[in-house]
Design a protein around this ligand. Structure first.
Ligand SMILES: NC(=O)c1ccc[n+]([C@@H]2O[C@H](COP(=O)([O-])OP(=O)(O)OC[C@H]3O[C@@H](n4cnc5c(N)ncnc54)[C@H](O)[C@@H]3O)[C@@H](O)[C@H]2O)c1
Length: 446
């Protein structure tokens, strides 16, 4: 660290001590107006304590990104439903000797089971929620109740009751000035920021149509193992069960659907679409569809076509394109290209040298927390983009037109009555191990 940054850090620590923030906020009136008695870390030094909940691929990644942010972050607790996943994450977090110095997780702060999150949350200033999305509403609610800043992965729910819980907790988080970042990382990705700023400034005129895609080969599958209870099987193979995942239109394609909402500065008023299971029909694929095509209609009549599929060995495309009255934009990877209708360049962002958006979201979140600033309130948009994806699923499962308010007010609750390894999830297989699958025209939409 340079002398200059050492001096700045020492100065900041001194400010935090003098302002009383580090000791529980006794001198709150001396603080800038954004400060409140909630939500700011109150360790005896400038350490920001983090609890990781959900120790899989993204949880490990997010925890490492938190450690790599320029702030004094320490991982103090980790929690997972399964011991083997937790042990694997602990090993990964300790691989880099420099970062490992700030992994302070003795055995008594490793928590396993369905209630692990309740034990980890109180120990931290910031919680990383990276379990399958079905658990996000209850865990986010708990984190906000306990006045914690949050980084939570997308999507933030799998059904409408879950979305409503997140929206309510998002309101609470705002009142308490808790920073909340949702892992819709395109919001932290330079080419998207630049492209959407220009679109909102009118570079393309009014946006009147678009297409968003996540067409790919699909993801992992964990077939049933002998002696697993039904609950353990569904938890280990969570991608294929809607109470946990919400289908891939929700789990993956939310990224592109969310970009459409961002571009349109709003959420669709209705959706209709088609989908099914064409290729991926085995029992190991649970209940989800392998393709969805949805027309989303926005308030001004703009139609955005959304396409997602999981077919191995086929063409892949993960991007977005929008058409305006004055021009069009194509965005793929870290590039965004804006042109007028004659093909003349308006703006090109080639992305070379851009930072990693997964790192940027943590750098910005932890910098705000370290400076006691309230800067991020992503939960409401995260919940509404999640609902947009769920509304698409409702449309493809039912074959009906689904309106926004109907989707939001739906009482289809996918969550199990009880969480325990011997408890039964709501969806059960038949005698041959196959699960019921939605049938358009018969399945109820909302
Ligand atoms: N932003 C992105 O680009 C991105 C990329 C990948 C995944 N994700 C999101 O991150 C989340 C996790 O995905 P992943 O790929 O890491 O999955 P994963 O299966 O690798 O990890 C999930 C972990 O959560 C644990 N878990 C399950 N239920 C739990 C509970 N009740 N309490 C505690 N732990 C529990 C699992 O055992 C597992 O270790 C998902 O919401 C996914 O959509 C986002």
């Amino acid at each position: 660290m340079s002398n200059e940054s050492n001096r700045r850090d020492a100065g900041r620590r001194e400010f935090l001590k003098q302002s009383g923030l580090l000791t529980g906020g006794a001198l709150l009136t001396t603080l800038p107006s954004f400060a409140s008695s909630y939500g700011f870390h109150n360790s005896a030094d400038d350490t920001i304590k983090v609890a990781l909940i959900g120790c899989g691929g993204r949880g490990k990644g997010a925890a490492l990104q938190a450690l790599k942010s320029k702030q004094n972050v320490k991982i103090v607790a980790i929690a997972d439903a399964f011991r083997d996943r937790l042990d694997d994450a602990y090993k990964t977090l300790n691989q880099n000797p420099e970062l490992a110095k700030r992994v302070d997780v003795p055995e008594e702060r490793k928590f396993v089971g369905f209630d692990a999150y309740q034990k980890a949350i109180p120990l931290a200033d910031v919680v990383i929620l990276a379990t399958p999305p079905g658990f996000r509403p209850m865990m986010f609610e708990e984190a906000v109740k306990q006045n914690k800043h949050v980084f939570m992965e997308k999507p933030v729910a799998t059904d409408a009751p879950g979305v409503r819980r997140v929206l309510a907790a998002a309101e609470e988080a705002k009142k308490k000035k808790l920073n909340v970042v949702v892992g819709l990382q395109r919001h932290y990705q330079p080419n998207y920021r630049e492209m959407i700023k220009r679109i909102h400034d009118g570079a393309l005129g009014d946006i009147i149509g678009g297409s968003v895609y996540w067409v790919s080969g699909g993801v992992w599958v964990n077939p049933r193992k002998p002696n697993q209870t039904e609950m353990e099987h569904q938890m280990r193979n969570w991608y294929y069960f809607n109470w946990l995942c919400g289908d891939h239109i929700n789990e993956q394609h939310i990224h592109n659907i969310d970009v459409a909402n961002w571009v349109k500065k709003g959420y669709p008023v209705s959706a209709q679409g088609t989908g099914g299971r064409q290729v991926r029909t085995g029992k190991e694929y649970g209940e989800i569809f392998d393709h969805h095509i949805v027309d989303y209609v926005y308030e001004d009549g703009t139609l955005i076509n959304s396409q997602c599929r999981h077919y191995e060995g086929t063409y892949s495309k993960v991007d977005e394109a929008f058409v305006g009255t004055k021009g069009r934009v194509d965005s793929f990877g870290r590039q965004s290209i804006l042109k007028d209708h004659k093909g003349n360049s308006i703006y090109t962002h080639n992305g070379k040298g851009d930072g990693d958006p997964y790192q940027i979201e943590h750098d910005e979140l932890f910098a705000a927390i370290a400076k006691n600033e309230y800067k991020f309130w992503d939960a409401e948009n995260g919940a509404k983009s999640t609902l947009t994806a769920i509304m698409g699923r409702m449309a493809t499962y039912s074959g009906k037109v689904v309106k926004w308010d109907e989707a939001l007010n739906s009482n289809i609750d996918l969550f199990p009555e009880k969480l325990a390894w011997d408890a039964k999830p709501k969806l059960l297989p038949n005698a041959d191990g196959f699960y019921p699958v939605a049938v358009p025209g018969k399945t109820v939409a909302v």
